[in-house]
Design a protein around this ligand. Structure first.
Ligand SMILES: Nc1ncnc2c1ncn2[C@@H]1O[C@H](COP(=O)(O)OP(=O)(O)OP(=O)(O)O)[C@@H](O)[C@H]1O
Ligand SMILES: [Mg+2]
Length: 323
């Protein structure tokens, strides 16, 4: 089958007379790093990442490294330094490994923004999918499904969560392989307009790469997201509470710390996502508590304060003693 069969309409590859890929950023004559940063507003994205996300030091460092590479690449282009034919654009496909709720989706959104501002992708949106969005149930359904997803993602980032489910060696006739092959071609041929980020658990991703060397060789950046420490989870909780325009009443912060220490030891703990879920349920309990007080005039303080009891009613306190 000809390679061009897999090129996706609407992207430079598929147009009749392919124009040189248009940069999203204005044509630049910058000669200094700071000029590129100012022009592209990439520094804002890096600063926000630094400010908004708790912990994740190694992840932030890797993103700064990638940003540095791309900025220098821009300066090289501005001076007309050309890489060997076919190696003109750096490969930017990535793999984010880590447990649930460690910030992979959040960082993917920031990464898309950064790539867009530097002109590596036209639009900078993220299309997030799993196996079911790519692979069909019947013969002939997979290629159109995968191509449809690719078409939506062109000009941005395709984020494939739990990417290893695409490969099911135990099932000889699995259609996942067909999807992988289409992805591989597009990742190679249209990498100037689409960045693919594979995400999932580290051990399963390693196994997946061992069986799919073609995929492994196309991934330039592997970034591992560590689990959060107890104090980081608490800080994340505080930021979420502020973001939701609530505050902790007397003692609530300590109860949340206790909650997190217990929750961490229970099954299906999902890092920052578990923090968010706990706070969402605390809000529900706070609302029921206030609702029950039908005749009382509620102050702004009443309405915004989470009390210890809003967390203490959780099942988590009934199950495990704190560590
Ligand atoms: N370092 C952090 N600082 C602040 N908030 C965070 C941080 N990491 C994650 N969050 C918040 O936690 C929630 C879950 O994060 P996210 O969806 O990015 O995790 P994930 O790794 O993609 O999880 P999953 O594997 O379950 O999809 C989001 O609401 C996000 O805003
Ligand atoms: Mg996610």
């Amino acid at each position: 089958m000809a390679t061009s069969m897999y090129s996706i309409p609407g992207s430079p590859m598929a147009s009749q007379a392919p124009a040189p890929a248009a940069p999203a950023a204005p044509v630049s004559t910058a000669r200094t790093v700071n000029a590129v940063l100012a022009e592209s507003q990439v520094q804002d994205v890096i600063d926000e990442l630094e400010r908004d996300l708790v912990g994740l030091a190694p992840v932030k460092q890797r993103i700064r490294d990638i940003a540095a590479l791309l900025v220098i690449d821009k300066l090289r282009a501005n001076l007309g330094v050309q890489a060997a034919a076919g190696a003109d654009k750096p490969s930017l496909h990535m793999c984010f490994t880590g447990n649930p709720g460690t910030g992979k989706t959040t960082v993917a959104l920031r990464m898309a923004q950064l790539l867009h501002r530097l002109g590596y992708v036209r639009k900078g949106h993220v299309v997030s999918v799993t196996r079911d969005d790519l692979v069909g149930q019947y013969i002939g359904h997979t290629a159109p499904k995968t191509k449809e997803v690719l078409k939506k993602a062109m000009g941005g980032v395709l984020f494939i969560d739990e990417a290893y489910y695409l490969y099911r060696p135990e099932n000889e006739r699995d259609y996942g392989q067909e999807s992988i092959e289409i992805l591989l071609q597009v990742m190679e041929n249209q990498r100037d307009d689409l960045v693919v980020i594979l995400a999932g658990y580290k051990d399963r991703m390693d196994t997946f790469f061992q069986s799919n060397p073609g995929m492994s060789s196309r991934i330039a950046h592997h970034i591992d997201f560590p689990d959060y420490q107890q104090d980081e989870l608490l800080q994340i909780g505080e930021r979420m509470v502020n973001g939701m325009r609530y505050t902790f009443g007397p003692g609530t912060r300590e109860v949340l710390a206790d909650y997190l220490a217990r929750r961490k030891q229970q099954p299906h703990f999902a890092n920052a996502r578990s923090v968010r879920n706990a706070l969402d349920r605390a809000r529900l309990r706070q609302a029921s508590r206030l609702y029950a007080d039908g005749d009382r005039e509620l102050t702004a303080e009443d309405l915004t304060t989470l009390l210890p009891e809003d967390l203490l009613a959780s099942r988590v306190f009934a199950q495990t003693p704190a560590a």
